[in-house]
Design a protein around this ligand. Structure first.
Ligand code: 2AL
Length: 169
């Protein structure tokens, strides 16, 4: 798909296409649609980034709560979005052994107890070892710094999802 085609999409189709570039937040695609025509996909991505940055802290934390846990219940139940499932598989955390699965569950729970939102990382830019390392380290951050860090990871995920759409649609 090229940007000229994107710029012709009525909002229903635009939201159908880009509604999950930020996981389970089609509101964001709906909010940036009026900013077309986009000069290129980078400008579209920037519009999404600007919208996320404009949210109050509670909105950003709400957005983070829309992300599924890594190697969590939704992976086990088969209810992840296609995108999340592919990302978690790419990082090799879709088939953890029982010791790693228990450690991931414990660290995810500790993180959520501390911050009240889930640990978020761009799985495609990591592997199992780096995910465990970042999860342990980031648990020690302050809440505002960690919120900013997690939002930055959402933007990386969004970037790769847009790239994927560009090349496959
Ligand atoms: C995810 C996910 O589903 N895909 C990804 O890259 N990261 N979830 C998360 N909690 O970080």
């Amino acid at each position: 798909m090229d940007i000229a085609t994107v710029n012709t999409l009525p909002y229903e189709e635009f939201v159908d296409t880009f509604g999950n570039v930020v996981e389970r937040c089609p509101l964001i695609a709906a909010a940036v649609w009026p900013r077309r025509p986009f000069q290129d996909f980078i400008v579209l991505e920037e519009a999404i980034g600007d919208f996320i940055d404009s949210l109050p802290d509670a909105g950003q934390e709400g957005l983070l709560r829309c992300l599924p846990d890594l190697a969590g219940r939704e992976l086990q139940n088969g209810t992840l979005s296609r995108e999340s499932h592919e990302e978690q598989s790419a990082a090799g955390i879709d088939a953890l052994n029982s010791a790693d699965a228990a450690r991931m569950a414990r660290l995810n729970e500790e993180y959520k107890q501390r911050f009240e939102f889930p640990f978020v990382i761009c799985a495609r830019m990591n592997d199992k070892a780096s995910i465990f390392n970042r999860l342990s380290e980031r648990c020690r951050n302050e809440r505002a710094a960690e919120r900013a860090r997690a939002i930055n990871e959402v933007k990386k995920i969004c970037h790769l999802r847009i790239q994927h759409l560009m090349h496959t649609k």
